[in-house]
Structure formats: C-alpha cells, structure tokens
Design a protein around this ligand. Structure first.
Ligand SMILES: *[C@@H]1O[C@H](CO)[C@@H](O)[C@H](O)[C@H]1NC(C)=O
Ligand SMILES: *[C@@H]1O[C@H](CO)[C@@H](O)[C@H](O)[C@H]1NC(C)=O
Ligand SMILES: *[C@@H]1O[C@H](CO)[C@@H](O)[C@H](O)[C@H]1NC(C)=O
Ligand SMILES: *[C@@H]1O[C@H](CO)[C@@H](O)[C@H](O)[C@H]1NC(C)=O
Ligand SMILES: *[C@@H]1O[C@H](CO)[C@@H](O)[C@H](O)[C@H]1NC(C)=O
Ligand SMILES: *[C@@H]1O[C@H](CO)[C@@H](O)[C@H](O)[C@H]1NC(C)=O
Ligand SMILES: *[C@@H]1O[C@H](CO)[C@@H](O)[C@H](O)[C@H]1NC(C)=O
Ligand SMILES: *[C@@H]1O[C@H](CO)[C@@H](O)[C@H](O)[C@H]1NC(C)=O
Ligand SMILES: *[C@@H]1O[C@H](CO)[C@@H](O)[C@H](O)[C@H]1NC(C)=O
Ligand SMILES: *[C@@H]1O[C@H](CO)[C@@H](O)[C@H](O)[C@H]1NC(C)=O
Ligand SMILES: *[C@@H]1O[C@H](CO)[C@@H](O)[C@H](O)[C@H]1NC(C)=O
Ligand SMILES: *[C@@H]1O[C@H](CO)[C@@H](O)[C@H](O)[C@H]1NC(C)=O
Length: 844
C-alpha cells in the first residue's frame, strides 16, 4: 500500500503539472454511424478508488479548467460485472482529462438503463434513427425510439444534457426529458415525469418525486401511493398547460399552468451555487443537493424534503411498522417497548432496528375473528390522505377490523375523540411518535395483528402482570377466558422471559470481553450496524469511514482499512495497544474486526465531524470564535502530549492535519487515526519504506531521513496556523504571492494573516499574534529547536513563554510542489532523545 501511496503521490504531482501542450481529450460531439463497445479499449477508461469505473464516450471539458465536467459513457460501481450507459460528472484537469482516481468520484446524473444493467462488450449505436444500447448478446436494452428522424450527431452539452440533433441543429431527443433520479441546474421535471429511486430497505419499495398540475409531490410506491412531501399550489387553477419544476441556481421552482410565463408559483430554495451542483433522490427518500468543493469533493449542501418531522417523516426511516422517535426505532407492541409479552411484532434485525418490524403471526383473512388491534397512543403517521373520513374513534377501529385489506387504523383528533380523521392504509410504513406540543393534535395508531386461537385476548390486558411499560396493550373483542388458561399463559411467558435474559447475558459477554478493551466484532455485525456500509463519513489515507449504530443505539464510525496485503501479523497486538490508549482528546477505539480479508476499526462517533469543515468554512455561520479555536488548539496539544509522552507506549502520529482532528457536540477536539501507521506497512525495523503523511503538513526532515515525534510538532504548527488564519497552508485560489501561508508568516511574522472574516478574531489581536508565535516555534526547520508537545501545552496554559529568538526562515516542508525525486527516499526512524533506543513500537 505504501508503494501505491507513493506512486499515487508522483501521479498527483505529475497531474498537477500538465505539460502545456498536453493532448486534449475534449470530445463533446459525435457524428452518426458510430458504434462504441463497452470495453477497456474505450479511450478514456479510469478506475476510481471508490470502486467505480468509467469508460467515457463524450466529455465536455474546458481547457485550463480543473474541476467537475460532464461526460457520458459506461459506468459501473463495485462489482463491475454490470454497467450503465450514463451521464456523469467527473473531475478533469486542465487538459480536460479524467486523471485523478482519488478525487471527484463520478456522480451519476442520468442513466439510460437504470434497472437493466449491461455487460462487458455491450454496444451503443448512434445512427440516423437515434441511440440504441445492446447487451453483449445483442439484445436491445434501451433506445431513443424516435420515428422518421434524421439525426446527424450527439452532443454532450455544457449543462449536462445529452442531445441528438438533426442537420438544422434541431433537438430531436435529449436526456433532460427522461430524468432518472437526479436533476442538474437548468433541468426541468415536467408533468407526468418523475425522479425515482429504489429504496435501500428490504422489499421492492421505491420513492418518486413527481409533478402534477397541483404541485410537487414525493411518494412511496404503495397502492395507492402515500405521500411524504407535498408542495401544493393553492388557488384554483384551470388550465391544461403542462406544469413543471426547474432546478435553478438557488431554487427548485415550481411553474404551474403558466399563469405568468417564467413566474414560478412556488419556490423551494436551494443554496446558491458557488460551483457545480446537482440534486438526487436517494434510496432513503431524501432529495439532497450536492455541490462540488475543491477542499472536500462532493458535499451535501441541502436536504430539501425534510419537514417538521425531521428524519422521522421519511416513510422507511424505521422500515415497515417501525416507530420513529427522535431518530430511534422500535417496534409496536409489548416486545418493542420492553415489556413481558411476545405476541405481536418482532424486529427484523436486532442489531439494526431501522430495518423495521414484522408480525410474528402473519395476518390471515380466513381467520378474521382472531384479528386484534395493538393500541398505540401518541403515535402518528407521515401521511393522511386529503379525502379522509371524519368519524369517531370506535368506528374507525371497527372499520379496520371489518375490512381485511386494512392493516391499521390511524386516528387523529383535536380534543374530542368522537370527531377525528380516520385513515385506513393497506400498507404501513414507518410510524412516528406524536409530539403534541408541536402538532397540537392527538393521534393514535391501531395496528392489526393476528392472535392465535388459544390465547384469550382479555387476560393480558386485565392482568396487571401483563401490563407493559409502554402504552401498548391488546384490545379487541373478548374471548371468554378461564383462570387456568391465563395462568398457563403466564407460566409460559415467564419461562420465555427467563430464557431471553440468559441469551442477553451471553450476548453481553461476547460484546465486552475485557473491560476497557476494544470489542471484537463479527464482520456481519458491522455490516448490519452500518446498513451495509451505506453512509460514508469520509475517506482517509487508510480507508473509508462509515456511519453506524450499535444495538443500544450508540452511534459509531467504522473504518475499513485498505491495503490488506500489508496488514501486519501483529495487527491484533497493535489494535490492543491503540485500544488501551484512553484520553479525552483522543478519539476512542471502541472495537475492531478481523475476519478473513476484512480489517475494520470501530470508533466513537463525533457528531461535528472533522475540524477541516469548520476552519475552512463555506458559509459565514460556520465561523468559529476565538475562544473555540483556542480550546481546539489546546485540545490537540493535550492529545499529542499524551501520545508522545504520557501513554505506556510512545505513539508518533505521523499524519496530523485538520481532517484527522474530530469535534464532538461541544466542540471538544479529539485526535483520530493515531497508531494506524503501526497497523500497516512498517516492516519491522527502523526503516520506513516510503514516506508517510500529507504534503503541506509534513516536516522538512522527511527529506533528510531522520524522523522523530517532532514531525508531529511541525504538523501541529501548520494546523495552528490554519486555525488562526482560517485558510489552508497552501491555497491555490489565492494569488501567487499569497498562496503559501508559511511564506506569509515568514514575511510578516503573523500580524496580518489572521482570519479577517471574523470580527471576534480581530478583537483578540494580541492573543492571536501570540498564538502565531507558538505556531512559528513548532515550525522551526531544525527539529531540535521545536518545543515538545508538553511544553506547548504549558505555553498555552500561560505557565511558560515562547522561546524569544525564533528563526523565521522556514524551509517550506513537504508541499505538493516538492518534486517526486526529492521524495524518493528511505526514511529512518529515530527518537529526538537519543538515549531511548526505539520509539514507535518500543515499550517505555
Ligand atoms: C463530424 O462531422 C463534421 C462535419 O461533417 C466534421 O467536421 C467533424 O470533424 C466530425 N466529427 C467527428 C468527431 O468525426
Ligand atoms: C480497471 O480495472 C480493470 C479490472 O479490475 C482492469 O482490467 C483495468 O486494466 C483497469 N483499468 C485501468 C485504466 O486501470
Ligand atoms: C459479481 O456479480 C455477479 C453477478 O451479479 C456475481 O455472479 C459475482 O459473484 C459477483 N462477484 C463478486 C466478487 O461479488
Ligand atoms: C469482449 O470482446 C473481446 C473481443 O471480441 C473478447 O476478447 C473478450 O473476451 C470479450 N469480453 C467478455 C467479457 O466477453
Ligand atoms: C417505439 O415507439 C413505438 C410507438 O411510439 C412503440 O410502439 C414501440 O414499441 C417503441 N419501441 C421500442 C423499442 O421501445
Ligand atoms: C452542442 O452544445 C453546445 C452547448 O453546450 C452548443 O454550444 C453547441 O452549439 C452544440 N453543438 C451542436 C452541433 O449542436
Ligand atoms: C450547428 O451548430 C454548429 C456548432 O454550434 C455550427 O457550427 C453550425 O453552423 C450549426 N448549423 C446550423 C445549420 O445552424
Ligand atoms: C375550466 O375548465 C373547464 C374544462 O376544461 C372549462 O369548461 C371551464 O370554463 C374553465 N373555467 C375557467 C374559469 O376557465
Ligand atoms: C448562483 O447565484 C449566485 C448569486 O446570484 C452567484 O453568485 C453564483 O455565481 C451563481 N452560481 C452559478 C454556478 O451560477
Ligand atoms: C376495504 O379497504 C379498501 C382499502 O382501503 C377499500 O378499497 C375497500 O373498498 C374496503 N372494502 C370494504 C368492503 O369496505
Ligand atoms: C364530541 O363530538 C360529538 C359529535 O360531534 C358530540 O356529540 C359531543 O357532544 C362532543 N363532546 C364534547 C365533550 O364536546
Ligand atoms: C418471540 O417469538 C418468536 C417467534 O415465535 C421467537 O422466535 C422468539 O424467541 C420469542 N422471543 C422471546 C423473547 O421469547
């Protein structure tokens, strides 16, 4: 992996400096009578490190432009045995080439065959009659199907539209007319068309976003559809002209019936674009706006359909029948609410409550007399149809019990339960906890269940021993019960409970082998905990990080380590070492997984993400005040002091940078990824086969072959400087003379470069200037002159002074400008205190 990293670095360096007359790969137009075969022979094939590959056919780039461009071609992700013919956004360099497999992963914005992938050697024909996609066996999978046309060419336009035009340049077909799950700026979603996305939870559900002549709606595909977002236009409109929404810069504007041309009837605002954006209907029903950021790649800048119910307003947030409360999922009935009974619902997966619930006994229309309703108070539903029946609560329940296709009765009312809205859905998705203070109405849900003939329903609800902690009890017509039967039931339930407790104990023992030590997880468990690695939090030098949750609801971050070939045999020992390191300013390792080829680390979840997004903010509201910045700096210093000087085994981090500093809910900073360099790749002795770390944060001695923990002190200095100045050390968007922060510090000793976007920073001039001195001290070219981290902590606490005679003649460290030749070194590991024999792994 090290070698790959290194080659990649060279690759990166090369791609940054294109020869001026690099061959141009801008080919946005194709003429008729062309056939492309989906194989590696396609000129522009790139494998990305996120597992996707593209084989571009047309690309609309711009010379001298680095950034996202539109392209069309074959696309695959993961197991690349099946492909889509698609329009995607991909990062290109100044020669309009797709070069960087690690940056700007292709973003699909349209696909010809979303549900019918094709194989290797499938073909795309461009003829006078249009486009035709055939699978490798010649079977027609998709075509534009324009009759009597006389197409002359195919154009990948600047706006991301794939256009077939005739000899008069008249558009005969365009991809914009057939959206799949995404819209790009300028694109319309017209009446009768919709964005659709398959749901990521079990079942064949899908989400749709569509326009009618009364508004914009998001629905889940039950029969009839149930809506979870409705943007309705008020007032009577009476026209047959088509309505549509258009994604514009700053809005998703709904144009209905063209009352006035170009004046939308309703506008859902989206963030103003500072670079390329697109919006996508996701497999969880969200409609998210993504924007390209040179710093962080594609980031989500808006989540458009989320209403007052927040996450709980999405139909499948807790699967079928799951009850969503503050983002946590439970099941209806006694089992889900922690009580004694086990007769209604069970979780599909104990480890992943959000997958939903299923009836323990399926409903049967033959046995309707054994139908009962589980009574859930203060539970509501995301949807209630407009033409709902008003009735009383008893009739509502009865209407459900007497109609076999009814799965639940949902009743909402003000103060009088004799007068409310009754909805009888034939399919039930996630339920929501009703917060009366917000909704100002009462809501109850009655879920139909099948009871087996032997269990009398009256006993559990009348016997206090069967009362549950929650609000759920079984109601319904009573079947005569004898004391004997209820006693029997009680004994059975008691035994079942005992068994359950024993099982739970076993489970806990498995989860917590040694107190304080990281837990060993099974791969399948982590797969479940992360919903099959569906939510990526980030991508680091060692692998991707995914969000997840343990059974008890604790959120976790799961890191999948790459470079498996080189994982050391001592993996377990090293994990134990890392797991034994506990400090408030270090991200805690909760567990790990070693399973065949999989190596994963499980960390505590830090809800404010990495420092990077806070110190290089995109919006004004994200700007941190001086006090917070100060405490973050101090937290990092304490974390590093612990690693270098206080824990049982010295740990040199080697990759300190804002991305590796995480923030919790209260903006306490914690250092992450420490010790990882020990898990991977250092082969035994003192010699590093390649350099580690991130250009821009690496100390100059990486070029001179002696590496000590002072490399971390140097990187810390860069990070301090970036925090105080609110910008990156190397910022290419700045004019040449201001591009390097370090050079500016050299010139004016830090007085004029602090973050001027923040008034608060300007108010603390003296302290910020002092902090820049700390940074300068840490950045001394001679590593022996840099302070140790414990000295830095003392200075920050005000009990020590910064060394007065600082050398401001910084050497620039390793930046992305450093040439590949310079980096071709083998690096020695040494301690700064020569008396200690070894450090990285040596005991102290
Ligand atoms: C397409 O045809 C036009 C005019 O016939 C020609 O100028 C152009 O070079 C052709 N493009 C390609 C890619 O063959
Ligand atoms: C991409 O991966 C495929 C199969 O994994 C490989 O055959 C191909 O050579 C790779 N292409 C490039 C451009 O690296
Ligand atoms: C890739 O997908 C094909 C067909 O869907 C399947 O047969 C094959 O086992 C998969 N390979 C891997 C490595 O998942
Ligand atoms: C694709 O076609 C080429 C050339 O005909 C052939 O060599 C190759 O085996 C085919 N690949 C697959 C996966 O069928
Ligand atoms: C093309 O469209 C015609 C009518 O518009 C339809 O009958 C035919 O089935 C379509 N062909 C394909 C391959 O979709
Ligand atoms: C292709 O699209 C671009 C807009 O992106 C337009 O300027 C150009 O005229 C189009 N070319 C043809 C041949 O239609
Ligand atoms: C079509 O568009 C191309 C490129 O924009 C232009 O060169 C050509 O003259 C146009 N043809 C007609 C008939 O307008
Ligand atoms: C509304 O539309 C109906 C039928 O399309 C038409 O008969 C009626 O006159 C229209 N009313 C108005 C106010 O335009
Ligand atoms: C979007 O609009 C804002 C404000 O009008 C403007 O500053 C920005 O450049 C626009 N972005 C794009 C990509 O057009
Ligand atoms: C039962 O409910 C379904 C769906 O709500 C409805 O279409 C049907 O008419 C009802 N049947 C009776 C007999 O009420
Ligand atoms: C509740 O509503 C019913 C029917 O509308 C009415 O008869 C009854 O008086 C109301 N009860 C109260 C307390 O308002
Ligand atoms: C609840 O019932 C299910 C299915 O009958 C059974 O598998 C499960 O073990 C029961 N749970 C308990 C705690 O008894």
């Amino acid at each position: 992996m090290g070698m790959c990293c290194f080659l990649y670095l060279i690759y990166l360096l090369c791609s940054l400096f294109d020869p001026i007359n690099a061959e141009k790969f801008d080919y946005p137009i194709a003429n008729v009578s062309t056939t492309w075969t989906n194989s590696l022979a396609l000129e522009h094939s790139v494998n990305f490190t996120d597992g996707s590959s593209v084989r571009a056919i047309l690309l609309r780039g711009a010379t001298g432009f680095y950034g996202p461009s539109f392209a069309c071609g074959f696309y695959c992700n993961g197991n690349c045995s099946s492909f889509h013919f698609a329009v995607f956004i991909v990062y290109t360099n100044s020669g309009s080439r797709i070069t960087n497999p690690n940056l700007g992963f292709p973003q699909l914005v349209w696909s010809a065959n979303p549900n019918k992938p094709v194989k290797e050697n499938s073909t795309l024909d461009l003829t006078k009659g249009g486009l035709a996609l055939r699978d490798a066996d010649g079977v027609l999978v998709w075509s534009t199907n324009i009759t009597g046309s006389n197409i002359v060419g195919l154009n990948m336009t600047e706006t991301g539209n794939l256009v077939l035009y005739d000899s008069k340049n008249y558009t005969l077909w365009q991809s914009f007319d057939d959206p799949t799950d995404a819209l790009v700026p300028g694109q319309k979603l017209v009446l009768g068309k919709s964005l659709t996305a398959m749901a990521n939870k079990a079942g064949d559900n899908s989400f749709a976003l569509s326009v009618t002549n009364t508004g914009l709606f998001a629905s889940i595909n039950s029969d009839p559809p149930q809506f979870y977002y409705q943007e309705e236009v008020t007032g009577t409109k009476n026209s047959t002209k088509p309505s549509y929404v258009r994604f514009r810069n700053g809005s998703l504007a709904l144009f209905i019936l063209s009352a006035e041309p170009n004046k939308p009837d309703s506008v859902i605002s989206t963030p103003l674009a500072s670079s390329m954006q697109y919006m996508k209907l996701e497999s969880d029903g969200h409609l998210k706006v993504y924007e390209w950021s040179d710093l962080s790649g594609w980031i989500v800048v808006a989540d458009l359909l989320t209403g007052i119910l927040a996450e709980c307003g999405y139909p499948l947030v807790c699967g079928n029948y799951g009850i969503c409360s503050n983002g946590q999922c439970s099941c209806p009935g006694p089992l889900g609410t922690g009580g004694d009974d086990n007769t209604t619902f069970r979780q599909l997966s104990a480890r992943q409550p959000s997958l939903g619930c299923s009836r323990i006994t399926p409903l049967s229309c033959e046995d309707t007399k054994y139908h009962r309703l589980v009574d859930l108070n203060d539970i509501m539903y995301f949807y209630s149809p407009p033409d709902i029946t008003r009735t009383d609560i008893g009739s509502c329940k009865n209407a459900c019990l007497t109609n076999c296709s009814c799965e639940a009765a949902l009743f909402q009312y003000g103060s009088n339960s004799s007068d409310g809205d009754c909805y009888l859905p034939t399919q039930v998705f996630s339920l929501v906890n009703n917060v009366k203070e917000e909704t100002h109405y009462n809501s109850s849900a009655f879920i139909k269940v099948q009871v087996s003939p032997v269990i009398p329903s009256s006993s559990p609800s009348s016997d206090p021993k069967f009362k549950t902690a929650g609000t759920a009890t079984i109601v319904g017509s009573s079947v005569g019960a004898t004391v004997g039967v209820s006693l029997l039931v009680f004994v059975i339930l008691f035994l079942i409970r005992k068994k359950k407790n024993v099982e739970e104990e076993d489970d806990e023992e498995y989860l917590d082998l040694v107190p304080g030590m990281p837990t060993r997880f099974a791969y399948e468990d982590l797969k479940l905990a992360t919903n099959n690695f569906s939510t990526q939090l980030g991508q680091g030098g060692f692998g991707s990080v995914y969000e997840g949750a343990l059974i008890n609801g604790t959120k976790i971050a799961v890191k999948c380590l790459d470079g498996l070939g080189q994982v050391k045999k001592s993996f377990l020992a090293e994990v134990e070492t890392i797991g034994s390191v506990h400090h408030v300013n270090l991200v805690r390792l909760v567990g790990f997984c070693v399973d065949k080829t999989h190596r994963l680390l499980v960390y505590e979840y830090m809800c404010n993400g990495s420092l990077e997004k806070w110190i290089f903010p995109k919006t004004e509201e994200h700007i941190l005040d001086w006090k917070t910045r100060q405490s973050i700096i101090s937290d990092i210093a304490k974390g590093l002091t612990y690693l270098h000087e206080q824990c049982r085994q010295k740990i040199v981090h080697l990759d300190i940078k804002p991305q590796n500093i995480l923030l919790d809910a209260n903006f306490n900073a914690k250092v992450s990824d420490f010790g990882l360099s020990k898990l991977i790749e250092r082969d035994g002795g003192e010699v590093m086969t390649t350099m580690r770390g991130t250009p821009g944060y690496m100390a100059p001695e990486w070029l001179s072959s002696v590496i000590t923990e002072k490399v971390d002190v140097y990187s810390f200095g860069i990070v301090v400087m970036e925090i105080v100045c609110g910008r990156k050390n190397l910022d290419r968007s700045q004019p040449e003379e201001r591009m390097h922060l370090l050079r500016l510090l050299k010139e004016d000793k830090g007085c004029n470069i602090i973050d001027k976007n923040s008034d608060d920073m300007l108010l603390h001039r003296e302290e910020t200037t002092e902090m820049m001195k700390v940074a300068a001290w840490c950045l001394q070219s001679d590593f022996a002159r840099r302070p140790s981290m414990s000295v830095v902590v003392k200075v920050l606490e005000g009990v020590m002074e910064v060394e007065p005679s600082l050398d401001y003649n910084f050497s620039s460290g390793i930046t992305p400008m450093t040439t590949a030749k310079d980096l071709d070194k083998q690096v020695q590991f040494r301690d700064s205190t020569p008396l200690l024999p070894s450090l990285l792994s040596g005991p102290r």
